[in-house]
Each structure stands twice: as structure tokens, then as C-alpha cells.
Design a binder for this molecule. Structure first.
Ligand code: GLN
Length: 247
């Protein structure tokens, strides 16, 4: 079995170690004997995204989002085709924002999004930002998870009709609302950096499973060989205790 991943704008959108998400996907696949190909894609490069099982776009500062937006918008049909053909999409923070209607940045400039989804992002008053540790609970295709991370965004994402989860600590999509991210079965988008997957090995496996499903439609999450996550889960427990979520 093999998994093909395309890491979009790897050289521009990589805040707070988002690249760790790629390292973890690679390691967890290799430990199971699943061959992994991670290709990168940057501005101006040609690529048929539908040939990948997973597309990944990390977070970035407003300036970085501005740099790539016209290249990203030009790939709209390409990304749409990939999603229709079953490629799973993982988006972090700035990447998450750009798949919605628009993002109004800290300088009140409007960046048009890909408009795949109804949500839109504007900016907090007086440059206020959502910063700090975050923990959420979520249900992904019937599996319940507690997920931890770190967030730092001025963007306030609203009108999210299918959120990823409920905020236990921190902010998530906006100062109010206590909801975080977006998930519709095909796209998982979150404000969680830290990076997301090293801190949450269960989510890493969920992403691997969703990616493998594209070319192996009968695969089940429980078919993935268990790995030793003692250390990762201990670290997560320590964080949840510090945040008073676990006693
Ligand atoms: N520039 C965006 C914001 O501030 C996204 C930041 C990020 O990816 N962490 O909201």
C-alpha cells in the first residue's frame, strides 16, 4: 500500500512547525510498511492535484497569504477535481481561511478565498488575536477525540456550518462561539498549530486512513496497525491536566 501527499506552498505556509504534520504522517506510515510520497508544490509549478490521496496546506502570516493567493485561486478547478475524486484535504489556520469566502486581514485588506465553503473570516477589533493553548473535543465519522494544540490568529471565522469540534479551552474559530475548525468528511480544517498531528497521533491516523481510503475504499480505521503512542499520549494528558480539563 502507498500514500501520496501533496504539500502545498511548503516554502511559504509553515507556521509554528506545521511541517511536523508531514513528518508525522511519513513516520507513522513507514512504521506500518506503507510507502509514502510527499511532493511539494509552490508558486508557478504545474501539478494535477487529483493524483494525490492527501492535500496539505499549513498556516501563514497575512503577508504570506497575500503572496500565494493568486496562484492558489488559479488552481481552484484543480483542487475541486481532487476533492471530487476523493483526495482528503488537511488545512491549518491561514490555509483554512483561504478555502472559505474571504479573509479580511489585520490591515483591513480583503483576500478573496477559493469559496468552496460558506464560512468567511474577518479580523478581531483593535488587532486582538486568539493566542494560546487550545483543546477541543470532536467527533470524526463516529470517533470521539480530544485534540490539543496552539493557536495564534487574528482572523475570526464565522458562518461555519459544519464545525470540527467544541472548544474545551482557548478560542477556536472566533472569540465567541466556542466552536473550532471545519470538517465535512472530506476536508479537515483547524486553527490548531503546535503542530497538530505530532500532538494528536489519533488524528494523524485518522488522516492516514482518510487518505488511504481514496484508492482502498474498503479500508477501515481499525485496519491500521497500532503503534506505541505512550509518549505522545502522556504529553497530551499533561497538557489536559495543566488546562484543568483532566483532573
Ligand atoms: N494570518 C492569519 C491570521 O492572523 C492566519 C495566521 C495563522 O496561520 N496562524 O488570522
Amino acid at each position: 500500500m502507498d500514500l501520496k501527499i501533496c504539500w502545498l506552498y511548503h516554502d511559504i505556509m509553515d507556521l509554528y512547525g506545521d511541517k511536523g504534520n508531514m513528518l508525522v504522517l511519513r513516520k507513522r506510515c513507514e512504521d506500518r510498511g506503507i510507502q509514502v510520497i510527499i511532493d511539494t508544490l509552490s508558486i508557478g509549478q504545474e501539478c494535477d492535484l487529483s493524483s494525490y490521496d492527501i492535500l496539505f496546506l499549513g498556516g501563514g502570516a497575512d503577508k504570506e497569504q497575500m503572496i500565494l493567493i493568486s496562484d492558489l485561486l488559479a488552481r481552484k478547478d484543480n483542487i475541486q477535481k481532487a476533492m471530487e475524486e476523493g483526495s482528503f484535504v488537511l488545512l491549518i489556520c491561514g490555509g483554512y481561511q483561504l478555502f472559505g469566502q474571504y479573509y479580511i486581514n489585520a490591515h483591513h485588506e480583503k483576500i478573496e478565498g477559493l469559496k468552496f465553503f460558506d464560512y468567511y473570516t474577518d479580523t478581531g477589533e483593535n488587532g486582538r488575536r486568539c493566542i494560546g493553548d487550545i483543546a477541543i473535543s470532536c467527533d470524526l465519522d463516529g470517533n470521539t477525540y480530544t485534540v490539543v494544540g496552539f493557536e495564534n490568529h487574528g482572523g475570526q471565522t464565522k458562518n461555519v456550518n459544519s464545525t470540527l469540534g467544541k472548544v474545551l479551552h482557548g478560542f477556536g474559530n472566533s472569540f465567541e462561539g466556542k466552536q473550532e475548525g471545519f470538517y465535512n468528511g472530506k476536508v479537515l480544517a483547524t486553527y490548531m498549530h503546535g503542530p497538530l498531528l505530532p500532538k494528536n497521533p489519533e488524528i494523524a491516523d485518522f488522516v492516514i486512513y482518510k487518505g488511504l481510503k481514496k484508492r482502498n475504499p474498503n479500508i477501515r480505521l481499525q485496519d491500521l496497525q497500532p503503534l506505541d503512542d505512550t509518549l505522545e499520549l502522556k504529553a497530551k494528558q499533561a497538557m489536559l491536566k495543566r488546562l484543568n480539563i483532566l483532573k
